[in-house]
Design a protein around this ligand. Structure first.
Ligand SMILES: *Cc1c(COP(=O)(O)O)cnc(C)c1O
Length: 373
């Protein structure tokens, strides 16, 4: 039986042909394909300005710079995310302030934000873990009351919805990732959805050496920028992926539903919220019943691997990483995030999977958790 990875991008032949066309065109780096993808994304997000960049990490960092956040400032976020979420706060010289997650949603516990606000707090970075959106109404009510910026880490939640609106259509600054593991890809890449033309102009400078070009052919540099522009090769992939995204997400939803139907409830797995309205089902992540298991998580992952099934871990709670412990964070500080981070596993879920693949994963789960080595 073939190996089933926990995720795999779906790239169609038309997209591969479009990449070949870009390669033959002679224009490889940022150009017409990037501009086309930016305008398609802007249309999707209600006409808000959208700019591409070579990672969502850079999009998040530039969002913090656009919001004017730097040394002396505090940014409230979740300890249960990909470490990029907090790393960017350190990169701009500010201090990440973690608050624990809600054990039901596994996202930042909004009730814990206000007690963590100090006179130095400038922003909140919510993360839609696994594609399940943070409550945007409650979040923006808190941000509005305390005049805080919101940098939405929507790296995982492209196509997810809150109420009537897709994530990115409303809100403040919204960063999305196009890493190959995400629901759509540009190989590496990401974008930021912004509020106005001034923010978009600053973003353009930050992604390419701070340069502004004038119509008369002269240029100036008035901020220190980076080298983080996307290529047209990558944008050609993104254009094909964007056409397919809603179909990919429908397929993920259907496969997630099948997991709920087929996972044996007596195995003791703690399943994620069964949300088929809002989530884009970026990942399907049960928590393992470690206390009643004959093996640790690593043994479970090895046993699944031996049955030809890839299992990921997204993510260990990041305040326990050495870099963050050096900043004063400690074990036991965020018990929900720690317990979830220690017991979470990511099962295979991607658009090209078959129903039979879900059934195969469910059968392997039963076999391994009932004591098979
Ligand atoms: C993937 C991811 C990022 C970073 O995206 P890159 O495009 O890899 O830089 C940031 N935050 C979260 C929650 C992610 O899942």
């Amino acid at each position: 039986m073939s190996y089933l990875p926990f995720t795999r991008p779906s790239i169609d032949e038309a997209t591969i042909a479009a990449v070949a066309d870009v390669l033959r065109s002679g224009w490889l780096t940022t150009g017409p394909k990037c501009r086309e993808l930016e305008s398609r994304l802007s249309a999707r997000y209600g006409g808000r300005p959208v700019r591409l960049v070579n990672s969502a990490t850079a999009a998040l960092e530039f969002a913090l710079r656009i919001a004017g956040i730097g040394p002396g400032d505090e940014v409230i976020t979740t300890p249960l995310s990909w470490v990029a979420t907090a790393n960017v706060v350190l990169t701009v010289g500010a201090r990440p302030v973690f608050v624990d997650v809600d054990p039901a949603t596994r996202n930042i516990d909004l009730a814990r934000i206000e007690p963590a606000i100090t006179p130095r707090t400038r922003a909140i970075i919510p993360v839609d873990l696994a594609g399940l959106p943070v409550d945007r109404d409650h979040l923006y009510e808190i941000a509005g009351r305390h005049r805080l910026r919101v940098v939405e880490d929507a790296a995982q939640s492209m196509g997810a919805r809150w109420g009537e609106r897709e994530i990115g259509v409303g809100g403040d600054l919204v960063a999305i990732s196009f890493h190959p593991n995400k629901n759509m890809t540009t190989l590496e890449g990401g974008c930021l959805v912004m509020n106005d033309a001034a923010e978009a102009r600053l973003f353009e400078k930050l992604r390419l050496q701070g340069v502004t070009r004038s119509a008369d052919g002269t240029m100036d540099v008035d901020v220190l920028g980076y080298k983080a522009n996307l290529t047209d090769v990558a944008a050609a992939v993104g254009l094909g992926q964007l056409d397919a995204l809603d179909g990919f997400n429908d397929r993920r939803r259907a496969l997630a539903r099948r997991y709920f139907e087929r996972i044996d409830p007596t195995l003791g797995l703690d399943l994620p919220p069964a949300d088929f309205e809002r989530s884009n089902w970026h990942m399907f992540q049960p928590l393992l019943p470690l206390a009643s298991m004959a093996m640790p998580r690593a043994g479970f992952i090895a046993a699944m691997h031996a049955r030809g099934i890839g299992v990921g871990v997204h993510y260990p709670a990041m305040h326990r990483f050495a870099l963050y412990r050096r900043l004063g964070f400690f074990d036991g500080q965020f018990p929900h995030a720690e317990r979830i981070g220690d017991s979470t596993v990511t099962l295979p879920l991607f658009a090209d999977m078959a129903e039979g693949d879900v059934d195969r994963v469910c059968a392997a789960l039963a076999d391994v958790l009932r004591g098979g080595a």
